[in-house]
Design a protein around this ligand. Structure first.
Ligand SMILES: Cc1ncc(COP(=O)(O)O)c(C=O)c1O
Length: 442
């Protein structure tokens, strides 16, 4: 191939330790087909993370490649600034049709962070236009991940990735997530009242929060967020960068948790990773207010937003997901997946919790579920950074060992997985958890 890991000197990896970078101990994946990847040593690996919560349709789809190539030949680029082309229009219509009824307008960008950034700006401009310029404040949740650009990072609730970048956006606040004490929806209302409703313009949360380990909200949580937002004239963002496009067993996770947001951000699964996409679906009333009633424009944009090749890829992805009934596949098999996860937790006392929905789960690992004993912070670091990645590699899996909160394994397989694929995934996971359990027993 002409490159090897020594060439890493020329490329800085995202969120990767300098040691792993210098030693070249990161995997290099070279090919994919269906639910499998192959690395540069020829090892076949089960992709239990869908790349990074992305590859809904699986790898190596020639239909998506053909759609992208055709668009490149026809017209690779025109802007979305005061112009439109048929693929972006068609893609926006397709996504609007899948979104909740009163959300019919899409703003395209190229990543999840940019999508969140766009919501921050839309919310500010909306309140400004309505004569409420002080409503710039945003409340989101501890340990949440909403992206890395400075605005999106201001919503992100992971201290370790925020601290080097202070000061972030002013007037951004955090409340406990649903796993923490005091993590009910009322935490948002208390914060609004404490900070002054006249200063708060946006509340942001994921339908099921990834960081912290697939935090499924209690019944009524999102209905309560809607009530609070209506009461205090605050806009509500459901950040669906992971939960969108089928991950939870519906096109949008909002419908699974009873959320009625003003904005839905999406990215990853909208192209199954065949091209970089991000976007926001916006509630009709807000769009009318800003663009029609005030005859304004959303004063925001980017060169790549609505890129024709990305749009063609997304259309091919969505139509294939529809015709192959991929979202229905998740709904049909999530019970099977859940049963396999239950089996795992019954086998191993070191599985302290299993949380999630659809094809999105966290397996929390500790010392003992029976005795309610978690790992110490040092043990968590040792296992998550060192041992679990080795066991995962040995099991020929791509899944994520995560230490944001307690130690855990994150599973997010491609949505095309059938029961026999889930068996294969869970056999590998059993191997990983088994070795972890033996370590703790020795
Ligand atoms: C909920 C959520 N929001 C935003 C982002 C940021 O997306 P991106 O990495 O495409 O910028 C992510 C990324 O994982 C995410 O999970």
């Amino acid at each position: 191939m002409g490159v090897n890991k020594a060439d890493l000197r020329h490329m800085i990896l995202h969120f990767t330790s300098g040691k792993a970078w210098a030693e070249g101990t990161v995997p290099m994946y070279v090919r994919g087909e269906g639910v499998h990847l192959w690395d540069d040593e020829g090892t076949k690996i089960f992709d239990g993370l869908a790349g990074l919560f992305v590859v809904q349709l699986g790898h190596g789809r020639s239909d998506l490649a053909t759609a992208a190539a055709k668009q490149m030949e026809l017209l690779a680029y025109t802007p979305t600034w005061a112009a439109v082309h048929p693929t972006s229009l068609e893609c926006a219509k397709l996504i609007s049709d899948l979104a909740p009824d009163d959300m019919n307008s899409v703003f395209f960008v190229s990543s999840g962070s940019e999508a969140v950034e766009s919501v921050i700006k839309f919310a500010r401009q909306y309140h400004h236009t309505r004569g409420n310029p002080t409503k710039t404040g945003i409340i989101s949740r501890n340990v949440s991940y909403h992206g890395t650009t400075m605005g999106a990072l201001s919503l992100t609730g992971l201290e370790s990735i925020r601290t080097p970048f202070y000061p972030l956006l002013p007037n951004t606040h955090k409340v406990p997530n649903t796993l923490e004490p005091g993590g009910g929806a009322d935490a948002f209302e208390e914060a609004v009242l404490r900070l002054g409703p006249e200063n708060i313009g946006l509340i942001a949360a994921e339908p099921v929060q990834n960081s912290g380990g697939a935090l499924v909200p209690p019944d009524g949580y999102w209905q309560e967020l809607r009530r609070i937002c209506d009461k205090y004239d605050i806009l509500l963002l459901a950040d669906e960068v992971i939960t969108g496009f089928g991950r939870l067993g519906a096109w949008f996770g909002s419908t699974m948790v009873g959320a009625e947001p003003d904005f839905i951000t999406f990215a990853k699964g909208a192209t199954s990773g065949y091209a970089p996409i991000g976007g926001v679906v916006i509630r009709d009333a807000l769009v009318n207010e800003l663009l029609v009633e005030h005859d304004g424009s959303f004063t925001h944009g980017a060169t790549w937003g609505g890129h024709p090749v990305v749009m063609a890829t997304s259309i091919a992805n969505i139509t294939a997901m529809q015709s192959e009934r991929v979202v229905e596949n998740v709904a049909a098999n999530e019970g099977y997946f859940k049963a396999k996860l239950k089996e795992l937790s019954e086998t191993y006392d070191v599985v302290t919790d299993v949380r999630g929905m659809g094809y999105f789960y966290a397996i929390e690992l500790g010392r003992s579920r029976e005795r309610a004993e978690q790992l110490t912070a040092d043990e968590t670091a040792l296992y998550v950074k060192d041992r679990l990645p080795k066991y995962i590699k040995d099991a020929k899996l791509l899944i994520r060992a995560d230490d944001r909160g307690n130690a855990k394994l994150m599973l997010s397989p491609p949505l095309i997985c059938e029961p026999h694929d889930l068996d294969q995934l869970m056999a590998g996971v059993d191997q990983v958890v088994g070795r972890f359990s033996e370590d703790l027993a020795s």
